[in-house]
Design a protein around this ligand. Structure first.
Ligand code: GLU
Length: 291
């Protein structure tokens, strides 16, 4: 079976170092074993979208020499598929309408189940929530190891259709990973906490669970994510070769002093080993490590 990986950026700004890392890791993992690498633009959240961002991200990927193997999929073209999936879950009683507003959710973030057995008097339907069961969801992350989570204890019934009518990220990502036949999801460990919800949705919808691999998110010595702070640094002020070197170092791969981008890609593809990436959620990167 051919592996199919993907990079799924949200067009909320420029490609920053944090998301570039997910692009490079997913690309190397798929292509180093002869698989395909796809790009999906997650543009279903109009309030957060920055005009021109999707085009900029795609241009940057090209600049770095990463070309998707199929046409780019835009989530904005997929609203019918999400609506269908949500209605199926509602019809089968696995999901329900909720009338609670954000201010009614306790500080723990765990939904208390107010509308679980029907809308209480005086409430009107706003969002759709998935009924979670009080059981442990397990998956074996290829980097982080075994993960076990009881959704009833960590999030409670979660939103799959938002009050503004937009399909929630958790639902859309699961529908599209299945639609695109994704067999491996390589992305930053900031999304590790979403994965049990996605695995649960896959189980309910009869989809196969892909292999998950969550690489550490890079921070500075104070624990701040480098994504934004480095936003204008490696992507724009360093050469693509320097940025790729920095990305390889951040992914714990050896990085020889090769002079050309093509040479470095070839070398990286031949020598890529996911198992070198440490099983931590955050990693401090000293920018000079790659120089
Ligand atoms: N669109 C998400 C983001 O940019 C990533 C989704 C995913 O990889 O599952 O953070």
């Amino acid at each position: 079976m051919v592996s199919i990986g993907r990079f799924a950026p949200s067009p909320t700004g420029d490609l920053h170092f944090g998301s570039l890392l997910a692009a490079v890791a997913s690309y190397l993992q798929a292509k180093s074993c002869g698989g395909q690498w796809l790009v999906r633009i997650e543009d279903i959240d109009p309030p957060r979208e920055v005009p021109g961002s999707a085009a900029g991200i795609l241009q940057d990927l090209e600049r770095f020499g990463m070309h998707p193997d199929r046409e780019v999929l835009y989530q904005s073209t997929r609203t019918g598929a999400y609506e269908l999936a949500i209605n199926k879950l509602l019809d089968s009683g696995l999901a329900y309408w909720c009338g609670c507003s954000r201010s009614e959710i306790p500080a723990s973030g765990i939904y208390p189940g107010t509308c679980r057995y029907g809308l209480p008097p005086g409430k009107t339907a706003r969002s759709v929530r998935l009924r979670v069961s009080d059981k442990i969801i397990r998956f074996n992350d290829a980097i982080q190891g075994l993960v076990a989570e009881n959704l009833a204890e960590t999030v409670g019934d979660f939103v799959i259709k938002r009050a503004d009518g937009v399909a929630a990220y958790q639902l859309a990502v699961v529908v599209d990973d299945a639609f695109q036949g994704i067999t491996e999801v390589v992305r930053g460990a900031d999304l590790l906490d979403s994965t049990a919800r996605q695995v649960y949705l896959q189980q309910l919808m009869g989809f196969k669970t892909p292999l998950y691999a969550h690489h550490p998110v890079i921070t500075d010595a104070k624990g701040r994510k480098l994504g934004k702070r480095y936003g204008s640094d490696p992507i724009t002020s360093l050469s693509p070769l320097q940025v790729l070197r920095r990305a390889l170092v951040a992914l714990a791969q050896p990085c020889p002093a090769l002079a050309g981008m093509d040479e470095l890609w070839h070398w990286a593809l031949r020598n890529w080993q996911l198992s070198r990436i440490p099983a931590v959620r955050e990693l401090i990167l000293n920018p000079s490590d790659s120089e």
